[in-house]
Design a protein around this ligand. Structure first.
Ligand SMILES: [Zn+2]
Length: 301
């Protein structure tokens, strides 16, 4: 059996996927914040509980916020900052007494959707999480493309393509630059754009609801959002040419994007027609933990 662990900032989730691909068990525990030792103990305890309950030993794949630096073997780029600079991979493998597989949580999301989700059967899948940030992952033939720097698919900190005058230099980003895709396409990015246009304070989902009800400022903000996503995904299509782009995260619940973005991305794609499909994630919030379990389906074991 395959055990998947999703190491989130506020919760740690465990799942078991059986041989037929079905879910056998799921557990969720609070994540110990700001405490590395207790994080190790929590994951080890969760795996032990799962294996005791099912009476079997499994493979373990772990989805993490951030990545393991190929240069140092240490965790980097994690917004669960107490994990940065640690040897999480080695420490957990030793405590669990088995080889582990780790991937960035956005890569796990993409793998889950490419394996038995919205991108099932597609040779090349680009998975995007649009929520508090804009993560991304690439899966080719049901295998995660990690990359030489372990940043494949991290489109969120590229500059927004073809910026208009009002988009230059763009909002400041926590990465130190301005005008990153994330500053426009994250939930806070949409909220900022709407507020700047005079709409007041509202969450991204509330803005989408207001747009549906015909509020002009919200409708205009959502149209700008869709057009920016079209530009950003157009450049991804030119580089990667995915069969399917899967959207996950809170903003993936905005129905209008699936109709509007593909109408708008054609001018940015170097092709006479665009066959790429834009679809909503099937597994929702479960994709990260499912993809972590699937890390042990995709290579020779
Ligand atoms: Zn940035």
């Amino acid at each position: 059996m395959r055990i998947g662990i999703d190491l989130g900032g506020t919760k740690i989730e465990g799942i078991v996927i059986g041989d037929g691909g079905g879910e056998r068990l799921r557990r969720r525990i609070p994540a110990p914040r700001d405490d590395y030792e207790r994080t190790l103990a929590a994951v080890t305890g969760l795996v032990a509980d799962i294996e005791r309950e099912l009476g079997a030993r499994g493979t373990v794949g772990v989805g993490i916020p951030g990545t393991i630096s190929p240069a140092t073997g240490l965790i980097k780029n994690s917004n669960s900052t107490w994990l940065n600079g640690t040897r999480l991979f080695d420490d957990l493998a030793r405590r669990l007494d088995r080889p582990l597989r780790f991937e960035n949580d956005a890569n796990c999301f993409a793998l889950s959707e490419a394996t038995d989700g919205a991108g099932r059967g597609a040779p090349v899948v680009f998975g995007v999480i649009v929520g508090t940030g804009t993560g991304g992952g690439v899966v080719v033939n049901q295998r995660v493309l990690t990359g030489a720097n372990a940043v494949a698919g991290e489109w969120g900190h590229n500059p927004l393509p073809a910026p208009r005058d009002g988009e230059r230099p763009g909002p400041a980003c926590y990465c130190g630059r301005s005008g990153c895709i994330e500053t426009f396409l994250s939930g806070p990015g949409l909220a900022r754009d709407y507020a700047a246009a005079g709409g007041g304070e509202a969450t991204a989902i509330e803005i989408a609801h207001r747009a549906e009800r015909g509020e002009p400022i919200a409708a205009a903000a959502l149209e700008r959002y869709a057009e920016r996503m079209a530009r950003a995904l157009g450049s991804v299509i030119n580089l990667l040419d995915p069969d399917v782009v899967v959207l996950g995260g809170g903003l993936s619940n905005i129905d209008r994007l699936y109709e509007r973005v593909p109408q708008l991305w054609a001018p940015y794609v170097f092709s006479d027609r665009v066959a790429t499909k834009l679809v909503r994630a099937v597994h929702g919030d479960s994709s990260g933990v499912r993809g972590a379990a699937w890390l042990w389906e995709t290579e020779n074991e």
